[in-house]
Design a protein around this ligand. Structure first.
Ligand code: SF4
Ligand code: SF4
Length: 460
Protein backbone atom coordinates (compact mmCIF):
# COMPACT_ATOMS: atom_id res chain seq x y z
CA UNK A 1 0.00 0.00 0.00
CA UNK A 2 2.79 2.39 0.89
CA UNK A 3 4.51 1.79 -2.46
CA UNK A 4 1.31 2.56 -4.33
CA UNK A 5 1.00 5.89 -2.49
CA UNK A 6 4.56 6.88 -3.33
CA UNK A 7 4.08 6.12 -7.00
CA UNK A 8 0.91 8.19 -7.04
CA UNK A 9 2.61 11.10 -5.35
CA UNK A 10 5.47 11.20 -7.81
CA UNK A 11 3.25 10.86 -10.90
CA UNK A 12 3.36 13.44 -13.68
CA UNK A 13 -0.17 14.63 -12.94
CA UNK A 14 0.69 15.70 -9.43
CA UNK A 15 3.82 17.47 -10.57
CA UNK A 16 1.88 19.53 -13.09
CA UNK A 17 0.01 21.42 -10.42
CA UNK A 18 2.75 21.69 -7.83
CA UNK A 19 3.90 25.22 -7.06
CA UNK A 20 7.55 24.24 -7.48
CA UNK A 21 9.22 24.49 -10.90
CA UNK A 22 10.39 21.08 -12.17
CA UNK A 23 14.07 22.02 -12.34
CA UNK A 24 14.02 23.26 -8.79
CA UNK A 25 12.35 20.08 -7.67
CA UNK A 26 15.11 17.99 -9.23
CA UNK A 27 17.67 20.10 -7.39
CA UNK A 28 15.67 19.78 -4.21
CA UNK A 29 15.58 16.02 -4.74
CA UNK A 30 19.37 15.95 -5.11
CA UNK A 31 19.62 18.09 -2.00
CA UNK A 32 17.41 15.63 -0.15
CA UNK A 33 19.44 12.67 -1.33
CA UNK A 34 22.70 14.38 -0.51
CA UNK A 35 21.31 15.28 2.90
CA UNK A 36 20.15 11.76 3.50
CA UNK A 37 23.61 10.54 2.54
CA UNK A 38 25.18 12.96 4.97
CA UNK A 39 22.78 11.88 7.68
CA UNK A 40 23.52 8.24 6.96
CA UNK A 41 27.22 8.97 7.30
CA UNK A 42 26.71 10.29 10.82
CA UNK A 43 24.13 7.86 12.13
CA UNK A 44 22.58 4.54 11.34
CA UNK A 45 19.33 4.38 9.40
CA UNK A 46 17.67 2.89 12.46
CA UNK A 47 18.62 5.91 14.56
CA UNK A 48 17.24 8.24 11.91
CA UNK A 49 13.96 6.39 11.76
CA UNK A 50 13.67 6.41 15.55
CA UNK A 51 14.32 10.15 15.69
CA UNK A 52 11.70 10.72 12.97
CA UNK A 53 9.17 8.87 15.13
CA UNK A 54 9.97 11.46 17.80
CA UNK A 55 11.50 11.38 21.25
CA UNK A 56 8.87 10.10 23.73
CA UNK A 57 8.21 11.99 26.97
CA UNK A 58 6.62 10.71 30.16
CA UNK A 59 5.17 14.14 30.93
CA UNK A 60 3.78 17.00 28.89
CA UNK A 61 6.86 18.23 27.03
CA UNK A 62 6.45 21.99 27.57
CA UNK A 63 7.75 23.67 30.70
CA UNK A 64 4.96 25.02 32.92
CA UNK A 65 4.99 26.89 36.21
CA UNK A 66 2.36 27.33 38.92
CA UNK A 67 0.92 30.49 37.33
CA UNK A 68 -0.66 28.31 34.63
CA UNK A 69 -4.45 27.98 34.90
CA UNK A 70 -6.98 26.19 32.67
CA UNK A 71 -8.46 28.61 30.16
CA UNK A 72 -11.78 30.26 30.91
CA UNK A 73 -13.66 29.71 27.64
CA UNK A 74 -15.10 33.21 27.84
CA UNK A 75 -11.57 34.43 27.04
CA UNK A 76 -11.20 32.41 23.83
CA UNK A 77 -11.34 34.95 21.01
CA UNK A 78 -13.97 33.17 18.91
CA UNK A 79 -16.17 32.55 21.98
CA UNK A 80 -15.86 36.21 22.92
CA UNK A 81 -16.56 37.30 19.34
CA UNK A 82 -19.72 35.11 19.23
CA UNK A 83 -21.21 36.68 22.32
CA UNK A 84 -22.99 40.04 22.37
CA UNK A 85 -23.32 39.71 26.14
CA UNK A 86 -19.56 39.26 26.70
CA UNK A 87 -18.81 42.21 24.41
CA UNK A 88 -21.20 44.38 26.41
CA UNK A 89 -19.67 43.19 29.67
CA UNK A 90 -16.13 44.09 28.58
CA UNK A 91 -16.11 47.46 26.78
CA UNK A 92 -12.50 47.91 27.97
CA UNK A 93 -11.36 45.01 25.75
CA UNK A 94 -12.88 46.70 22.72
CA UNK A 95 -11.49 50.08 23.67
CA UNK A 96 -7.99 48.71 24.23
CA UNK A 97 -8.02 47.09 20.79
CA UNK A 98 -8.55 50.31 18.85
CA UNK A 99 -12.32 50.21 19.33
CA UNK A 100 -12.56 47.05 17.28
CA UNK A 101 -16.04 45.60 17.81
CA UNK A 102 -15.47 41.85 17.95
CA UNK A 103 -19.15 40.87 17.96
CA UNK A 104 -20.31 43.38 15.35
CA UNK A 105 -17.56 42.29 13.00
CA UNK A 106 -18.33 38.62 13.63
CA UNK A 107 -21.89 39.21 12.38
CA UNK A 108 -20.50 40.76 9.18
CA UNK A 109 -18.66 37.59 8.05
CA UNK A 110 -19.35 36.54 4.44
CA UNK A 111 -21.04 39.87 3.72
CA UNK A 112 -18.36 41.53 1.60
CA UNK A 113 -19.24 41.82 -2.10
CA UNK A 114 -17.58 39.57 -4.66
CA UNK A 115 -14.54 41.00 -6.40
CA UNK A 116 -12.86 40.29 -9.72
CA UNK A 117 -9.35 39.37 -8.53
CA UNK A 118 -8.49 35.65 -8.29
CA UNK A 119 -9.48 34.16 -4.96
CA UNK A 120 -12.26 36.66 -4.20
CA UNK A 121 -14.89 35.99 -6.86
CA UNK A 122 -18.32 34.42 -6.59
CA UNK A 123 -16.72 31.09 -7.58
CA UNK A 124 -14.21 31.33 -4.72
CA UNK A 125 -16.91 32.32 -2.20
CA UNK A 126 -18.98 29.33 -3.32
CA UNK A 127 -16.04 27.01 -2.50
CA UNK A 128 -15.62 28.61 0.91
CA UNK A 129 -19.30 28.33 1.86
CA UNK A 130 -19.59 24.83 0.37
CA UNK A 131 -16.60 23.70 2.44
CA UNK A 132 -18.16 24.84 5.71
CA UNK A 133 -21.66 23.60 4.89
CA UNK A 134 -20.84 20.08 6.14
CA UNK A 135 -20.15 21.38 9.65
CA UNK A 136 -23.39 23.28 9.84
CA UNK A 137 -25.34 20.21 8.71
CA UNK A 138 -23.84 18.16 11.52
CA UNK A 139 -23.42 20.80 14.21
CA UNK A 140 -26.26 23.36 13.96
CA UNK A 141 -24.40 25.70 16.37
CA UNK A 142 -21.34 25.72 14.04
CA UNK A 143 -17.64 25.03 14.48
CA UNK A 144 -17.60 26.25 18.08
CA UNK A 145 -20.84 24.46 18.94
CA UNK A 146 -21.23 22.85 22.37
CA UNK A 147 -23.77 20.09 23.04
CA UNK A 148 -25.12 20.52 19.52
CA UNK A 149 -25.81 18.01 16.71
CA UNK A 150 -23.12 15.29 16.56
CA UNK A 151 -21.44 16.99 19.56
CA UNK A 152 -24.55 16.32 21.69
CA UNK A 153 -24.02 15.48 25.34
CA UNK A 154 -27.03 13.11 25.29
CA UNK A 155 -25.82 9.53 25.40
CA UNK A 156 -28.00 8.23 22.60
CA UNK A 157 -27.27 4.76 21.17
CA UNK A 158 -25.38 3.71 24.32
CA UNK A 159 -25.18 -0.10 24.36
CA UNK A 160 -26.30 -1.71 27.63
CA UNK A 161 -23.47 -4.21 27.59
CA UNK A 162 -19.83 -3.10 27.74
CA UNK A 163 -17.56 -4.70 25.16
CA UNK A 164 -14.49 -6.36 26.67
CA UNK A 165 -11.22 -6.10 24.75
CA UNK A 166 -8.72 -8.87 25.44
CA UNK A 167 -5.86 -6.40 25.92
CA UNK A 168 -5.14 -2.68 25.96
CA UNK A 169 -3.18 -3.07 22.71
CA UNK A 170 -6.22 -4.61 21.04
CA UNK A 171 -8.34 -1.67 22.26
CA UNK A 172 -5.89 0.88 20.84
CA UNK A 173 -5.76 -0.88 17.50
CA UNK A 174 -9.54 -1.13 17.28
CA UNK A 175 -10.04 2.56 18.11
CA UNK A 176 -7.40 3.70 15.63
CA UNK A 177 -8.70 1.34 12.92
CA UNK A 178 -12.18 2.82 13.28
CA UNK A 179 -10.74 6.35 13.26
CA UNK A 180 -8.81 5.62 10.05
CA UNK A 181 -11.93 4.28 8.38
CA UNK A 182 -13.94 7.36 9.38
CA UNK A 183 -11.32 9.67 7.86
CA UNK A 184 -8.48 10.28 10.33
CA UNK A 185 -4.93 10.53 9.01
CA UNK A 186 -3.64 10.53 12.60
CA UNK A 187 -5.11 9.43 15.91
CA UNK A 188 -3.62 9.69 19.39
CA UNK A 189 -5.02 8.59 22.75
CA UNK A 190 -4.23 10.41 25.97
CA UNK A 191 -5.47 10.63 29.55
CA UNK A 192 -8.10 13.21 30.28
CA UNK A 193 -6.25 16.17 31.79
CA UNK A 194 -8.10 19.04 33.49
CA UNK A 195 -5.28 21.43 32.57
CA UNK A 196 -6.35 21.38 28.91
CA UNK A 197 -10.10 21.68 29.47
CA UNK A 198 -11.91 24.98 29.30
CA UNK A 199 -12.99 25.78 32.83
CA UNK A 200 -15.59 27.02 33.03
CA UNK A 201 -16.95 26.06 29.65
CA UNK A 202 -19.14 28.66 27.99
CA UNK A 203 -21.80 28.32 25.33
CA UNK A 204 -22.17 31.67 23.54
CA UNK A 205 -24.75 30.32 21.09
CA UNK A 206 -27.53 28.93 23.29
CA UNK A 207 -28.20 31.77 25.72
CA UNK A 208 -24.69 32.59 26.96
CA UNK A 209 -24.46 29.73 29.40
CA UNK A 210 -21.61 28.94 31.76
CA UNK A 211 -21.19 25.16 31.95
CA UNK A 212 -19.61 23.11 34.70
CA UNK A 213 -17.74 19.84 34.33
CA UNK A 214 -19.18 18.58 37.61
CA UNK A 215 -22.83 19.66 37.24
CA UNK A 216 -23.48 19.72 33.50
CA UNK A 217 -21.17 17.31 31.66
CA UNK A 218 -22.82 13.87 31.43
CA UNK A 219 -19.97 11.75 32.88
CA UNK A 220 -16.47 11.89 34.34
CA UNK A 221 -14.14 11.68 31.35
CA UNK A 222 -11.06 9.50 31.68
CA UNK A 223 -9.66 9.49 28.17
CA UNK A 224 -9.44 11.92 25.25
CA UNK A 225 -9.01 10.50 21.75
CA UNK A 226 -7.60 13.04 19.29
CA UNK A 227 -8.02 12.92 15.51
CA UNK A 228 -6.42 14.77 12.65
CA UNK A 229 -7.84 15.16 9.15
CA UNK A 230 -5.77 16.47 6.27
CA UNK A 231 -6.44 19.76 4.51
CA UNK A 232 -5.67 19.95 0.79
CA UNK A 233 -2.17 21.12 -0.11
CA UNK A 234 -3.17 22.93 -3.32
CA UNK A 235 -6.04 24.74 -1.63
CA UNK A 236 -4.10 25.82 1.46
CA UNK A 237 -1.51 27.18 -0.97
CA UNK A 238 -4.01 29.82 -2.16
CA UNK A 239 -3.96 31.55 1.26
CA UNK A 240 -5.18 34.01 2.29
CA UNK A 241 -7.76 33.99 -0.52
CA UNK A 242 -11.31 32.79 0.12
CA UNK A 243 -10.44 29.54 -1.68
CA UNK A 244 -8.14 28.55 1.21
CA UNK A 245 -11.16 28.61 3.47
CA UNK A 246 -12.68 25.97 1.16
CA UNK A 247 -10.30 23.37 2.57
CA UNK A 248 -10.44 24.81 6.09
CA UNK A 249 -14.24 24.46 6.03
CA UNK A 250 -14.02 21.05 4.43
CA UNK A 251 -11.51 19.99 7.10
CA UNK A 252 -13.91 21.14 9.83
CA UNK A 253 -16.73 19.25 8.11
CA UNK A 254 -14.63 16.06 7.93
CA UNK A 255 -13.39 16.47 11.51
CA UNK A 256 -16.92 16.95 12.88
CA UNK A 257 -18.22 13.90 11.00
CA UNK A 258 -15.29 11.77 12.17
CA UNK A 259 -15.51 12.66 15.86
CA UNK A 260 -19.31 12.27 15.78
CA UNK A 261 -18.94 8.78 14.31
CA UNK A 262 -16.26 7.86 16.86
CA UNK A 263 -18.49 8.95 19.75
CA UNK A 264 -21.22 6.64 18.41
CA UNK A 265 -18.63 3.84 17.95
CA UNK A 266 -17.63 4.11 21.62
CA UNK A 267 -21.24 4.31 22.82
CA UNK A 268 -22.04 1.19 20.81
CA UNK A 269 -19.23 -0.51 22.77
CA UNK A 270 -21.07 0.52 25.94
CA UNK A 271 -18.94 3.53 26.93
CA UNK A 272 -20.14 7.10 27.34
CA UNK A 273 -18.57 9.50 24.89
CA UNK A 274 -18.97 13.08 23.63
CA UNK A 275 -17.54 14.37 20.35
CA UNK A 276 -15.89 17.78 20.29
CA UNK A 277 -14.09 20.14 17.97
CA UNK A 278 -13.33 23.65 19.23
CA UNK A 279 -15.36 23.23 22.43
CA UNK A 280 -14.58 21.42 25.73
CA UNK A 281 -10.79 21.79 25.65
CA UNK A 282 -7.70 22.98 23.82
CA UNK A 283 -7.17 20.77 20.75
CA UNK A 284 -3.50 21.70 20.37
CA UNK A 285 -2.61 20.69 23.95
CA UNK A 286 -4.45 17.38 23.69
CA UNK A 287 -2.81 16.68 20.30
CA UNK A 288 0.65 17.33 21.74
CA UNK A 289 -0.11 15.23 24.84
CA UNK A 290 -1.20 12.33 22.63
CA UNK A 291 2.01 12.39 20.62
CA UNK A 292 0.56 13.68 17.35
CA UNK A 293 2.90 16.62 16.96
CA UNK A 294 4.60 19.62 18.46
CA UNK A 295 3.39 23.17 18.89
CA UNK A 296 4.88 25.47 16.24
CA UNK A 297 5.61 29.17 16.29
CA UNK A 298 2.41 29.68 14.26
CA UNK A 299 0.29 28.28 17.10
CA UNK A 300 -0.62 25.15 15.12
CA UNK A 301 0.33 21.59 15.91
CA UNK A 302 3.04 20.50 13.48
CA UNK A 303 2.58 16.83 12.74
CA UNK A 304 4.92 14.50 10.80
CA UNK A 305 4.11 14.27 7.05
CA UNK A 306 1.41 16.96 7.08
CA UNK A 307 2.99 19.75 9.12
CA UNK A 308 0.32 22.22 10.26
CA UNK A 309 -2.01 21.30 7.34
CA UNK A 310 -4.51 19.41 9.52
CA UNK A 311 -7.76 20.00 11.40
CA UNK A 312 -8.23 18.49 14.83
CA UNK A 313 -11.24 17.04 16.61
CA UNK A 314 -11.57 14.78 19.64
CA UNK A 315 -13.78 12.55 21.73
CA UNK A 316 -14.05 12.61 25.52
CA UNK A 317 -14.93 9.18 26.91
CA UNK A 318 -15.17 7.24 30.13
CA UNK A 319 -13.37 4.31 28.44
CA UNK A 320 -9.88 3.81 29.90
CA UNK A 321 -8.79 0.22 29.19
CA UNK A 322 -6.15 1.52 26.82
CA UNK A 323 -2.41 2.03 26.48
CA UNK A 324 -1.95 5.81 26.32
CA UNK A 325 0.26 7.40 23.68
CA UNK A 326 3.22 9.42 24.89
CA UNK A 327 3.94 13.01 23.92
CA UNK A 328 6.77 13.16 21.37
CA UNK A 329 9.11 15.85 20.12
CA UNK A 330 10.34 15.82 16.54
CA UNK A 331 12.66 18.81 16.50
CA UNK A 332 9.96 21.33 15.56
CA UNK A 333 10.70 23.77 18.41
CA UNK A 334 14.32 23.83 17.36
CA UNK A 335 13.40 24.38 13.68
CA UNK A 336 10.95 27.18 14.58
CA UNK A 337 13.65 29.05 16.48
CA UNK A 338 15.40 30.00 13.23
CA UNK A 339 12.67 29.65 10.63
CA UNK A 340 10.03 32.35 11.36
CA UNK A 341 8.48 32.03 7.90
CA UNK A 342 5.00 32.06 9.42
CA UNK A 343 5.76 35.30 11.27
CA UNK A 344 7.13 36.85 8.04
CA UNK A 345 3.96 35.82 6.18
CA UNK A 346 1.44 36.92 8.78
CA UNK A 347 -0.51 39.90 7.40
CA UNK A 348 -1.59 41.05 10.87
CA UNK A 349 1.80 40.66 12.58
CA UNK A 350 0.11 38.43 15.15
CA UNK A 351 2.95 35.88 15.29
CA UNK A 352 5.89 36.38 17.60
CA UNK A 353 9.43 36.67 16.21
CA UNK A 354 10.84 36.02 19.69
CA UNK A 355 11.95 32.78 21.28
CA UNK A 356 9.39 30.87 23.33
CA UNK A 357 8.39 32.64 26.55
CA UNK A 358 6.26 31.82 29.62
CA UNK A 359 3.66 34.44 28.71
CA UNK A 360 2.84 37.07 26.11
CA UNK A 361 5.46 39.74 25.45
CA UNK A 362 3.46 41.82 22.94
CA UNK A 363 1.91 43.74 25.85
CA UNK A 364 1.99 43.78 29.65
CA UNK A 365 -1.44 45.40 29.96
CA UNK A 366 -3.90 42.80 31.35
CA UNK A 367 -6.76 44.64 29.65
CA UNK A 368 -5.01 43.86 26.36
CA UNK A 369 -3.67 40.35 27.13
CA UNK A 370 -6.94 39.05 28.65
CA UNK A 371 -7.08 36.16 26.16
CA UNK A 372 -3.51 34.95 26.63
CA UNK A 373 -2.35 31.82 28.46
CA UNK A 374 0.28 32.37 31.15
CA UNK A 375 2.85 30.09 32.74
CA UNK A 376 3.58 27.83 29.78
CA UNK A 377 6.73 27.96 27.64
CA UNK A 378 5.61 28.48 24.07
CA UNK A 379 5.32 31.05 21.29
CA UNK A 380 2.69 33.52 22.51
CA UNK A 381 0.86 35.13 19.60
CA UNK A 382 -1.75 37.87 19.56
CA UNK A 383 -4.90 36.03 18.50
CA UNK A 384 -6.90 39.29 18.48
CA UNK A 385 -4.82 40.60 15.57
CA UNK A 386 -5.32 37.32 13.72
CA UNK A 387 -9.09 37.55 14.20
CA UNK A 388 -9.10 41.15 13.04
CA UNK A 389 -7.43 40.13 9.79
CA UNK A 390 -10.03 37.40 9.29
CA UNK A 391 -12.76 40.04 9.61
CA UNK A 392 -10.98 42.38 7.19
CA UNK A 393 -10.40 39.47 4.77
CA UNK A 394 -13.98 38.18 5.15
CA UNK A 395 -12.50 34.72 5.49
CA UNK A 396 -9.94 32.80 7.47
CA UNK A 397 -6.36 33.27 6.40
CA UNK A 398 -4.04 30.19 6.61
CA UNK A 399 -0.91 32.07 5.50
CA UNK A 400 0.94 30.62 8.50
CA UNK A 401 0.01 27.10 7.39
CA UNK A 402 0.86 27.66 3.71
CA UNK A 403 4.21 29.30 4.48
CA UNK A 404 5.44 26.61 6.88
CA UNK A 405 8.28 24.43 5.54
CA UNK A 406 6.62 21.43 7.23
CA UNK A 407 3.63 21.90 4.93
CA UNK A 408 4.60 19.68 2.04
CA UNK A 409 2.81 17.10 -0.06
CA UNK A 410 3.81 13.60 0.96
CA UNK A 411 6.57 13.18 -1.65
CA UNK A 412 9.19 10.61 -0.62
CA UNK A 413 12.07 13.07 -1.10
CA UNK A 414 10.47 15.40 1.47
CA UNK A 415 10.60 12.58 3.95
CA UNK A 416 14.34 12.27 3.26
CA UNK A 417 14.72 15.93 4.05
CA UNK A 418 12.69 15.38 7.23
CA UNK A 419 15.17 12.67 8.20
CA UNK A 420 18.03 15.06 7.73
CA UNK A 421 16.19 17.70 9.73
CA UNK A 422 15.98 15.59 12.89
CA UNK A 423 19.61 14.49 12.61
CA UNK A 424 21.31 17.78 11.85
CA UNK A 425 19.68 20.75 13.59
CA UNK A 426 21.10 24.25 14.15
CA UNK A 427 22.66 25.89 11.10
CA UNK A 428 21.13 23.22 8.86
CA UNK A 429 17.68 24.51 9.79
CA UNK A 430 18.50 28.02 8.58
CA UNK A 431 19.93 26.54 5.37
CA UNK A 432 16.79 24.47 4.82
CA UNK A 433 14.60 27.52 5.36
CA UNK A 434 16.50 29.38 2.63
CA UNK A 435 16.33 26.37 0.28
CA UNK A 436 12.59 26.22 0.80
CA UNK A 437 12.23 29.85 -0.25
CA UNK A 438 14.61 29.42 -3.19
CA UNK A 439 12.62 26.51 -4.57
CA UNK A 440 9.33 28.36 -4.35
CA UNK A 441 7.65 26.62 -1.44
CA UNK A 442 5.39 28.46 0.94
CA UNK A 443 4.76 31.58 -1.12
CA UNK A 444 1.51 33.28 -0.06
CA UNK A 445 -0.83 35.85 -1.64
CA UNK A 446 -0.09 34.45 -5.09
CA UNK A 447 -2.99 34.72 -7.60
CA UNK A 448 -1.28 32.05 -9.75
CA UNK A 449 -1.92 29.53 -7.00
CA UNK A 450 -5.62 30.29 -7.12
CA UNK A 451 -5.57 29.72 -10.89
CA UNK A 452 -3.62 26.48 -10.33
CA UNK A 453 -6.15 25.33 -7.75
CA UNK A 454 -8.98 25.70 -10.25
CA UNK A 455 -7.06 23.31 -12.55
CA UNK A 456 -6.78 20.53 -9.96
CA UNK A 457 -9.94 18.97 -11.35
CA UNK A 458 -7.54 17.49 -13.92
CA UNK A 459 -6.04 15.28 -11.20
CA UNK A 460 -9.13 13.13 -10.83
S1 SF4 B 1 -4.07 32.89 10.21
FE1 SF4 B 1 -3.10 34.62 9.10
S2 SF4 B 1 -3.42 36.40 10.42
FE2 SF4 B 1 -3.75 34.58 11.68
S3 SF4 B 1 -1.77 34.13 12.63
FE3 SF4 B 1 -1.89 32.89 10.75
S4 SF4 B 1 -0.91 34.20 9.19
FE4 SF4 B 1 -1.40 35.55 10.93
S1 SF4 C 1 6.81 28.45 9.49
FE1 SF4 C 1 8.74 27.93 10.47
S2 SF4 C 1 8.64 29.01 12.44
FE2 SF4 C 1 6.57 28.92 11.66
S3 SF4 C 1 5.66 27.07 12.55
FE3 SF4 C 1 6.50 26.48 10.55
S4 SF4 C 1 8.56 25.75 11.01
FE4 SF4 C 1 7.88 26.94 12.79
Amino acid sequence: MIEEKENKNTSEKTNETSDVPDGSKRTFLKFGLAGAGAAAATATGVTILKRMEGIPHDDFPLHMDDTYKPIDQRNVILTFAHSKKLNEKHPERIEKFNNFHFYERYKQFLRQPYRTDPGYTQLDRALQVGGFSGVFEQVPDGIDGTDSGVFSWKQEMLAKEKYRFSSKEEAVLAIKSAARLFGAVRCGITKHDRRWDYDPMYDPVKGDKELSWEKDFPFVPKTVIVFMVEMDYHTVGTAPAWTADGTVGNGYSDAAKLSGQMAIFLRQLGFKAVASMNDLGVNAAYAVASGLGEGGRNGSVITPHYGPRVRISKVYTEFDFVEYDKARTFGVASFCKNCKRCADSCPSKAISFEDATMGPTYSDDPEYTWNAAQGILKFHNDAKKCYQFWCDNDSGCSNCIAACPYNKPDFWHHRLVDAQNVMAPGPMHSFMREMDILFGYGKVSDPEKVKNFWQTGNLI
